[in-house]
Write a protein that binds this ligand. Structure first.
Ligand code: CA
Length: 238
C-alpha cells in the first residue's frame, strides 16, 4: 500500500484513477486543482504523485517542482494530453520521473504505478553502498555524496546513477537502463532517459566544481550505452 497523490481536474479521469488505485489497496488523495495539490503536499507525504499538466489554476510543472523540492523521494508521473515532446521534456525538467500521454488505459496506468512502487521497495531491501572514486551512492539511505558533499537528486536520477554505479567501469546499454530504471514494458520515447542523463551529468559537474574535485564521468559509448568512470582527488591513481 502506498500513499498516492492524484492532481487531476478532469472529473471522469480523476475518479477512475482514484477508484483503480484504491482498488489496488492504495491510499489516494485526489486534488482537483493545482492549489489543492500544493495543500496536500504541505500536509502529507506521498510515495507517488500523478500530476496532470493542464490544470485550471496552475501549470502542472509548478506542482511537479514543488513536490520535487519538498518530497524528493516521491515518484512523480505526469499525465499529459499535450502530445508535444517539448511538454514532456518540460515536465521531466520540472522533476517528473515518468509520463503518460492521455488517453491512456487504466490498466496501463496501474501497471506503471505498480512498477514504480515495486522498484522503490526492491531498492530498499537490496541496500548497498557503491563507491566509485570520490563518489558514494548509498542505496539504503538513497543518498549520494561526492568527496563528502551531498548531492540532491530526483528519484530517477538517483536510480540511474545507482544502476551505472553498480556496473562502474563497464558499459550499460540504453535498453538495460530503460528497463531497470523505468519499466520493462516501457513503450514510450526514450527521450526521458536523455533528459535524466543530462540533468544527472549537470548535477555531478556542478557539485564537483563546488568541491574542487574532478567529476565522475558518464561516458557515452556510441551504440553500446553508457559507462560511469570514477574520479579521484589523488592524481597518482588517475
Ligand atoms: Ca486537465
Amino acid at each position: 500500500m502506498a500513499r498516492v497523490l492524484v492532481v487531476e481536474d478532469h472529473v471522469a479521469i480523476g475518479g477512475a484513477v482514484r477508484t483503480g488505485l484504491s482498488g489496488n489497496g492504495h491510499e489516494v488523495t485526489w486534488a482537483q486543482t493545482g492549489r489543492e495539490g500544493l495543500d496536500a503536499i504541505r500536509d502529507s507525504t506521498f510515495e507517488l504523485a500523478l500530476v496532470d499538466l493542464g490544470l485550471p489554476d496552475l501549470d502542472g510543472t509548478d506542482v511537479c517542482r514543488r513536490i520535487r523540492a519538498d518530497q524528493p523521494r516521491c515518484v512523480v508521473v505526469i499525465l499529459t494530453a499535450r502530445d508535444e515532446e517539448i511538454d514532456v521534456v518540460l515536465g521531466l525538467d520540472a522533476g517528473a520521473d515518468d509520463y503518460l500521454t492521455k488517453p491512456f488505459r487504466l490498466a496501463e496506468l496501474m501497471a506503471r504505478v505498480q512498477a514504480h512502487l515495486r522498484r522503490g521497495a526492491v531498492g530498499a531491501s537490496d541496500a548497498v553502498v557503491y563507491r566509485v572514486g570520490d563518489l558514494e551512492v548509498d542505496t539504503a539511505a538513497r543518498r549520494v555524496r561526492l568527496a563528502g558533499r551531498e548531492i540532491s537528486l530526483r528519484a530517477k536520477e538517483f536510480d540511474l546513477l545507482a544502476r551505472l554505479a553498480s556496473a562502474a567501469g563497464a558499459a550499460v546499454s540504453r535498453t538495460d537502463l530503460m528497463s531497470d530504471v523505468w519499466d520493462e514494458h516501457w513503450f514510450g520515447s526514450t527521450k526521458t532517459l536523455d533528459v535524466h542523463l543530462s540533468a544527472l551529468r549537470r548535477r555531478l559537474a556542478d557539485t564537483a566544481r563546488e568541491c574542487g574535485t574532478p567529476a565522475p564521468e558518464i561516458v557515452t559509448l556510441r551504440g553500446r550505452g553508457y559507462r560511469l568512470d570514477g574520479s579521484t582527488t589523488d592524481p597518482a591513481t588517475r
